[in-house]
Design a protein around this ligand. Sequence first.
Ligand code: HEM
Length: 382
Amino acid sequence: MPVPQISVRFDASDLQVLQDPYPHYRRSRMHDGLMRMGPGIWGVTRARDVAALLDADTLSSYLPQQHLAVSHTNARVAAFLRNIVLFQDPPSHGALRRMLAPVTGAAALRPVIEVLPTLFSEVAGDLDLLGEIDLMKQIATPLAGLSLAELLQLEIKDPMTLDHFANELSRVFGPAPTRDDLTAGAHAIAALEEVVERSLSASAVLRQICERAETEGIKASVMRDNLVFLLFAGFETTASMIGNTVGWILADEARQRDLRSGAVSVQNTVATALRDDPPIQGVVRVLTQETSVAGSALRAGRVLVLFVASANRDGDALFSFGSGRHKCPGADLAQAEIGAVVEWIKQAPDWMKAAGPATRNPDSRIRGYATLPVHFDVDHGT
Ligand code: HEM
């Protein structure tokens, strides 16, 4: 079987890629479906390969030794990465999913989804809708924070601080974190641990998770790291996607017109934006044996980044929440949060418009905006 020779190169930290990674994926899909990302790290870009690999038995979610070796320069980060549900295979993966079910199961998400309109009006109620607002700071981040606080029954006093730590923590999820990334990550883990610690006694669902951890034989330190991970996974992704959805609507006037007229439903708008510009662009897996990937033989130990954001644009399937055993358990809540913001834009008496240039967030491994200035304007220019 051929070994890949001249695949497209991809550097996620490149500023051009940060602005618009999609032409790179497209080029790779048209070439051989693989991108070279670093020594032993390959990006997979075609839908049929991503679909087949997302839950293949020849892939593992345990991080490779070389990644953990880098992380060992920071023992706290290495332990965290080893403990969290995202980087586990069965049977420990199943035990951690069962432990988290009191906050990730459908029965836990439903009541939060039901109160979302109230949570949204708490966030947007006081805003001067004719003045300029930063959608990230004034809508997306507070709504994601309030929703998570409702789900976990905890108090999040300042969502912007949570956002700062979530950004820092995201840096350890890149395929090749630097020493600075690890230092930032360790700092964030310590800060988020404090939030978990403060909340454990007050929150009935978190106490339920503690009990489940005991039943499943999961150590308290592992349980805590998974709660820290949840504070990040349930928050930063959703806040970013709210912004990406609004940015996506504003990028083409027809999208807002179709939404406001009812030609396209809120649900479809959310689904299309999620397909076009998802916050998690790729998920990491490791080959446990030599495997044919996009027609090339890749050796055991190679790291694959399965680019769900590329696969979304290569057919009809939606990959943004993953698939298989690691499929996102918070998808319904996330879509409801994004839906509340889209409903607001649909119902507003005036059109939403960009009030200045939006900036992408260069500090996070999650694709999102740092700032997204918007305002409502009676004159929509049509
Ligand atoms: C738009 C928002 C969101 C997106 C795009 C998203 C996307 C994803 C993706 C792609 C995965 C799979 C990763 C993999 O296969 O390696 C995942 C896993 C996960 N997500 Fe989400 N997510 C979102 C919101 C949420 C929310 C709101 C929660 C919690 C309430 C959450 C909790 C989790 C957890 C715990 C995992 C790990 C599951 C496992 O490893 O078994 N996510 N998410």
